[in-house]
Design a protein around this ligand. Structure first.
Ligand code: FES
Length: 510
């Protein structure tokens, strides 16, 4: 378990983006204060610093140490839930603008890499959509045609091809999307952070923000732990799940846990490409260079609503069984991890003014496309903060109404989350003495519910099971050794401290 309470480590976490970032204290002012230092926060800060704004970035933990460090580095502008679905939900013109903006975000990352000379192994490559296991050939051809037609409508390049070099799919109907990309996300952000500092931006780590207030006289005030204050003309909240919102945005998106594993593979076994299938949730394969003559193959999927299952080991086994069937020469498992994505009900992120505010902006709801949504936030918020119209704004407008078609679609597609392994139910344990190392459970104490866990060092922790954001009940996540809240995505360490918003206060003592 690391200092933040999490147990797993992604393939990228050997790189620290800004290890000597200071803690915030005292009172400071700037043009824009950005809360959250993942790809969204750093991209916004870089774009603003590039036009001469004084920007301050502040994060509750290490720089880029949140969900961005748990990405699988998929740089694909194609809607993660399928272009045909996006057209059905938002219409052809909005889907076209979505595609155009996501491609622009990817191009901006490429441009930054070149201009700043960032060594992050950015490369353009092909992506392949292939049928999920068990899909009949006719259905597979129909699905491919549907996505091909949708790609043409929105101006995305796509080609009908046959087969991918995955066992059993050598002759399958496949869609190829050229000119997608991947990179080492933390090396990229290390370069971006350095450029922000060069341009006069200031970056603070390990400094939790407690509130973001809009002032009646204009501007914003951000208050931090230990009494720090930042005053600015604008604020951008870029914290995976927004810490400044209680209900408005949170009713339009849901947090999901997603799982990934990296394996060794002799170099050249598979082409450097992105692969994903048509399952729901879908499986995917991504490649990354390893040491010597070895590649790392990243496989992932098996998503579930955060806090609604505690069976990570079984999900990892399922991912491993899936990928070993497709790639029989796969080597050993080198690391495994999980992360959290926020899925909106219409599959487009929220980037723009926070509902009801004039100077507080938000970036959230990346819907599985966190890397491109993050870079896009930099482009789009630069326009919005400087008062420049942009046709992409309406696509991502946080206050947008949800069309009735979307609500009907969601109702029809509500999936029951399957908990693959039984986990401890409230009241199932008679006493905390029964908790084993790394185990947590909700216990009853009269009318109160207690979140009790024994950490990997054997220390027992007991807190109220009520999430401090809006009162939902937390659930133990034995894979990450933390408490997850299924309502809006807060995570708490065994000692009750906040790991991930929207909560800003720790779990209360039992
Ligand atoms: Fe909102 Fe827990 S995250 S109630």
């Amino acid at each position: 378990m690391n200092a933040r309470g999490e147990q797993t480590r992604s393939l990228w976490m050997n790189v620290e983006v800004y290890p000597r970032a200071p803690k915030f204290s005292g009172k400071k002012s700037c043009d824009t204060v950005i809360i959250g230092s993942g790809i969204a926060g750093l991209s916004v800060a870089y774009e603003l610093a590039s036009i001469g704004q004084k920007a301050i970035i502040i994060d509750r933990g290490p720089i880029a140490g949140g969900m961005t460090s748990r990405t699988t580095a998929h740089l694909a502008p194609i809607c993660d839930d399928g272009l045909s679905t996006l057209i059905n939900l938002r219409g052809e013109e909005t889907a076209r603008l979505f595609q155009e903006s996501q491609e622009a975000a990817l191009a901006r990352i490429e441009e930054n890499v070149a201009q700043l000379g960032i060594d992050c192994n950015f490369r353009r490559l092909d992506a392949f959509l292939f049928p999920a296991m068990g899909v009949e050939p006719k259905e597979a051809r129909d699905q491919r045609q549907q996505e091909f037609d949708a790609a043409r409508k929105v101006g995305a390049a796509a080609e009908l091809v046959t087969g991918v070099p995955l066992k059993g799919f050598e002759k399958a109907p496949v869609l190829r999307y050229p000119n997608q990309a991947t990179f080492h996300p933390l090396r990229y952000l290390r370069g971006l952070a350095s450029a922000i500092l060069d341009k006069g931006g200031r970056i603070f780590a390990n400094s939790p923000v407690l509130s973001v207030e809009e002032l009646s006289e204009g501007g914003v005030r951000v208050s931090t732990e230990n009494g720090g204050v930042i005053e600015a003309a604008s604020a951008v909240v870029a914290t995976n799940s927004p810490i400044n919102d209680r209900f408005q945005l949170h009713t339009k998106m849901s947090p999901y846990r997603t799982y990934a594993m990296a394996f060794t593979l002799p170099r050249g076994t598979l082409p450097d490409a992105l692969f994903w299938d048509t399952g729901d949730p879908y499986h995917y394969v991504r490649m990354n260079p390893g040491p010597g003559s070895v590649d790392y193959l990243i496989a992932g999927g098996a998503d579930h609503k955060s806090g609604e299952a505690d069976d990570g080991d079984i999900r990892f086994e399922a991912i491993e069984a899936w990928i070993r069937a497709l790639v029989p020469t796969l080597g050993k498992d080198v690391t495994r991890w999980s992360g959290q994505v926020l899925d909106t009900i219409d599959y487009c992120g929220f980037i723009g003014l926070n509902p009801g505010n004039k100077s507080v902006y938000v970036v959230t709801g990346d819907s599985g496309q966190g890397m491109t949504h993050g870079a896009l936030a930099g482009l789009l918020l630069k326009y919005l903060i400087t008062g420049t119209d942009n046709p992409w704004a309406a696509v991502y407008e946080p206050s947008r109404k949800t069309p009735s078609g979307v609500i009907n679609y969601v109702r029809e597609n509500v999936s029951v989350v399957t908990n693959l392994a039984g986990y401890l139910m409230p009241g199932e344990l008679k006493s905390v003495g029964e908790l084993r190392l790394g185990q947590g459970a909700i216990l009853r104490n009269g009318l109160r519910k207690i979140a009790a866990c024994r950490d990997l060092d054997g220390k027992l922790h007991q807190h109220s099971a009520t999430c401090t954001h809006s009162g939902c009940e937390v659930a133990w996540n034995s894979t990450e050794q933390c408490w997850d809240c299924s309502c809006h995505g807060s995570h708490f360490a065994p000692d009750g401290s906040v790991l991930n918003g929207p909560a800003v206060s720790p779990l209360m003592a039992a």
